[in-house]
Write a protein that binds this ligand. Structure first.
Ligand SMILES: Nc1nc2c(c(=O)[nH]1)N[C@H]1C(S)=C(S)[C@@H](COP(=O)(O)O)O[C@H]1N2
Ligand SMILES: [Mo]
Length: 425
């Protein structure tokens, strides 16, 4: 008989001594995660669809997505807060789930170390799926948090990393749920939630191998342990959720990005992602010599800012909502409708095609974006010149910026210099 690993090895069941570990705790945390992670996966896929990744080559950061893009659809422009809600949920719920995820990993740690690595082919497959599950979860949370905290640490590669990672992770999650959910449901039925919560005794050892064979004295009750996880999540929630609002609430968002600069107060006093200075857009670029070029099959038009100011102007109340999860409330934008600009180069406003937008910004990410036809045709989609009754500030994209209902912030290009209607694949 092979000798069992001694208690000093993490592979030995006796090494792990917390009396709290057991199927009940793992099941409670698992059920919470199942709901939360499913929401993250769905809002994540929706967020990706909102980028118009089918409008290659500009927006598409994952040209190899192939079958994984099967679900892509034309992101709507209604309701105008759709992306704000979707992305606020994705990031705020994601950050809130971190303590639950860590607690769940803690609860199953003896199994992660168990030896031999595989007792049978089935067991080997199960452990491989666990590797993808744990690795995938950590990978998605780490890349997500880094992207939010460090302003696109890997601008181009974040999308493929997070997108492909999500599919690997979710595949493993589905396998895990099929294998484990029946047990979790049974455990919770048999032991009850409240009854076990109040009971200080270790659980009965099941075939699962989670319960310590030599449990130590409890240092914290079950209620206390779950309370700590809940308090951790609550703390992260109240210090993140404010990112979806303006004013005093925003200042409670300690873990949300605060943008390139203090936006100050007044009409332009809302969150700034990248300041003009940061991306090298200077006063000369934004000065009198600036021209907007509009191109289409009907020819090419050059417009000064005064020309644009003389065109029929319209306003729309729309938020900026970033992939990082933060958003502003509705701001009053005023400017020229995109469909009116399309009409200047040969399109009927109801049949206007998508547009390729380029900024005068010469370096850095997000200088270019593609908008779909339904976005161009929406009467609220503007080339904005003013916001909240004042000229756009340099940091909000003077002389002109795009604003589109329900679109991710990254499609609202600032310091626009060229609009090419049609010709997008
Ligand atoms: N030219 C240009 N436009 C841009 C960006 C940029 O870096 N350069 N950032 C985009 C992103 S990611 C967001 S969220 C919004 C933020 O707009 P704001 O800074 O006016 O709040 O602008 C978008 N437009
Ligand atoms: Mo953004």
């Amino acid at each position: 008989m092979p000798s069992a690993p001694r208690n000093t090895s993490p592979a030995a069941p006796g090494f792990w001594r917390s009396p709290l570990r057991g199927p009940w705790l793992t099941s409670v945390l698992g059920v919470v995660l199942l709901a939360g992670l499913t929401l993250l996966f769905v809002t994540g896929l929706l967020s990706y669809a909102a980028y118009n990744p089918n409008l290659s080559p500009v927006n598409d950061k994952t040209p190899d997505k192939g079958l994984l893009g099967f679900y892509l659809f034309d992101w709507p422009t209604d309701p105008h807060w759709l992306y704000r809600l979707n992305q606020g949920l994705h990031v705020t719920v994601g950050i809130t789930l971190i303590p639950v995820l860590l607690a769940k990993l803690w609860s199953v740690i003896p199994k992660l170390f168990a030896l031999p690595p595989a007792r049978s082919v089935g067991h080997a497959l199960e452990r491989l799926s666990l590797l993808l599950l744990v690795g995938g979860a950590l990978f998605e949370f780490v890349t997500g948090v880094l992207n939010v905290q460090l302003e696109y640490l890997f601008p181009g590669s974040f999308y493929p990393l997070h997108f492909y990672g999500a599919w690997v992770f979710f595949g493993a999650l589905v396998a895990h749920v099929v294998l484990r959910l029946p047990t979790a449901v049974r455990v919770l039925r048999e032991q009850g939630f409240r009854a076990r919560l109040r009971d200080p005794a270790p659980e009965r050892d099941e075939e699962g191998g989670l319960v310590s064979p030599r449990p130590a004295e409890p240092t914290v009750s079950r209620r206390g342990a779950l309370g700590m996880v809940g308090a951790g999540s609550a703390l992260l929630f109240v210090t993140t959720a404010g990112q979806s609002f303006d004013g005093p609430l925003r200042r409670t968002a300690l873990f949300a990005p605060h943008g390139g600069a203090d936006p100050g107060s007044g009409p332009n006093g809302f969150q700034i992602n990248k300041t003009a200075a940061k991306v090298g857009v200077g006063p000369v670029d934004m000065g009198k010599a600036w021209r907007l070029v509009v191109e289409g099959p009907g020819g090419s038009v050059r417009l000064s800012r005064d020309d644009l100011m003389r065109l029929p102007s319209h306003s729309a109340a729309l938020p900026i909502a970033c992939v990082e999860g933060w958003s502003t409330s509705d701001q009053w934008w005023r400017g020229v409708r995109l469909r009116d600009l399309a009409a200047m180069v040969g399109y009927d406003e109801d049949t206007a095609p998508g547009v390729f937008v380029e900024s005068l910004q010469r370096r850095g990410a997000f200088r270019k974006a593609a908008l779909r036809d339904n976005q161009v045709r929406d009467p609220r989609s503007l080339l904005a010149l003013q916001v909240n009754g004042e000229e756009l500030s340099p940091d909000h994209g003077y002389p002109a910026r795009i604003i589109v209902p329900a679109a991710p912030g990254v499609l609202n290009t600032k310091w626009v210099s060229l609009l090419t209607f049609g010709g997008l694949r």
